[in-house]
Design a protein around this ligand. Structure first.
Ligand code: NAI
Length: 390
């Protein structure tokens, strides 16, 4: 159980790129990183508008001279200080992630980056190599993965409670962009513009989340080939899709499907993962994150509740309050940031034993997302044909 005691003796000196006062996601990064005292926010380049970013940083209590106009200046100036930042989080539009990650690693910083980490297999490989060379981690904020019942599902599957895995059904299908809301909403506008998001909208923006949840639950399964069909129901979004279906075949003979959509009218989030084995199934839904459905063939459905002693220790370890109380996305993100801090500290100490068994959404998770989107786009652009996963 997490009870507020700092898990590290120190706080990592931390900065942010993006996530400014007008952003959607900056606040949850700060809330999560600062929750357990593992990070202290001392610098940033928070906004594409330098003046707005400076004022915002100062309003957070950061010294004026450490509120920088852009990320290059942030990395250069902080590297010159004895008390410069050790880690940075990147919460900017998608097209900037790769370049900012590269620059941060080159400056000797640990990185937490938003998804999608990058757009191509080549970019992914470059980040893996640079992070290894620099002995720095990249954590990726697949925030839903911080919900404790995701690790409960992982353990139950590893323990064989489902038997051989046959089917994985994933979806992230909300209705918030059923109409062209981008005309009035700047945070949506860049999401449907290829200059900012590369080759995809919902595949990169939404699908990478349940894809990673399923990867976490069933890490042994590898995608062998896939087929993707994508549509732009709001016509002005073409060639970017606002709806897509992906079918997958895995190396053990299992099959999977993933529906991602921003035009699922009436749906709030609709992010679900259902893992079907030969004996039983598990299902998790992000709108009820404190419950996990466990359905054994021929028996009544069981609803496993967060925080209860019948859960595996791996799921109980991240509890922040006893069962019955609701935990939510902010707690899930805090769990991830806590893990990022522990991984950064262990990496700095070259503690390979600790890291060998330690789970967090890492550079491999981020690169898988980028690769997967690239393969989906290749399939969709070839008329929804099956393509080998590469
Ligand atoms: P947003 O458009 O609301 O905010 C972007 C922020 O980045 C703004 O403060 C903007 O001024 C700043 N910015 C843009 N370019 C910059 C640059 N070159 N240098 C410094 N600051 C810059 O976008 P939103 O929704 O907050 O998304 C940001 C990222 O977070 C995206 O990659 C998105 O995919 C991801 N995201 C992840 C979620 C998750 O669950 N992990 C949920 C929502 C967004």
């Amino acid at each position: 159980m997490i009870n507020g005691i700092k898990p590290l003796e120190r706080s990592l000196r931390w900065g942010m790129v993006g996530g400014g006062g007008t952003s959607q996601i900056g606040y949850i990064h700060r809330s999560a990183a600062l929750r357990d005292g593992t990070f202290s926010l001392v610098a940033g380049a928070f906004d594409i508008d330098a003046q707005r970013g400076r004022l915002f940083g100062q309003s957070l209590g950061i010294a004026a001279e450490r509120c920088y106009p852009d990320y290059a200046t942030l990395f250069r100036e902080e590297a010159a200080r004895v008390d410069g930042i050790e880690a940075v989080s990147i919460a900017t539009p998608n097209n900037t992630h790769f370049a900012i990650c590269q620059a941060a690693l080159a400056a000797g910083l640990h990185v937490v980056c938003e998804k999608p980490l990058c757009f191509t297999v080549e970019e992914a490989q470059a980040l893996v190599e640079l992070s290894q060379k620099q002995h720095k981690i990249i954590g990726v904020t697949y925030g839903y993965a911080g919900h404790q019942l995701i690790l409960q599902a992982r353990q139950m599957i590893a323990d064989g409670l489902l038997g051989e895995i046959r089917i994985i059904n994933m979806q992230f299908a909300h209705g918030f962009h059923a109409a062209a809301v981008e005309l009035d909403n700047p945070s949506t506008r860049w999401r449907v513009d290829p200059r900012f998001v590369g080759p995809s909208y919902v595949l990169g923006d939404l699908a990478t989340h349940p894809l990673f949840l399923a990867e976490t639950m069933v890490p042994q399964l590898k995608v062998k080939r896939l087929m993707c069909s994508r549509q732009s129901f709001v016509k002005t979004r073409a060639p970017l899709e606002d709806n897509a279906y992906v079918l997958m075949e895995y190396d053990n003979g299992a099959v999977g499907s993933l529906w991602c959509s921003a035009v699922n009218s009436g749906s709030m989030h609709g992010q679900k993962v259902r893992i079907v084995g030969e004996k039983a199934s598990l299902e998790w839904w992000d709108e009820q994150p404190n419950q996990l459905r466990f359905e054994v063939q021929g028996e009544p459905v069981r609803i496993l509740e967060r925080g209860m002693s019948y859960l595996d220790p791996i799921a109980l370890a991240d509890d922040r309050i006893g069962g019955g109380h609701s935990e939510g996305l902010f707690e899930a993100w805090s769990n991830l940031y806590r893990r990022f801090a522990l991984a950064m500290d262990a990496t700095d100490r070259r503690d390979r034993d600790f890291l060998a068994d330690f789970w967090y959404p890492d550079v491999a998770a981020g690169t898988m997302g980028g690769r997967w989107v690239e393969n989906c786009v290749r399939s969709a652009d070839a008329g929804a044909s099956w393509v080998e996963f590469r």
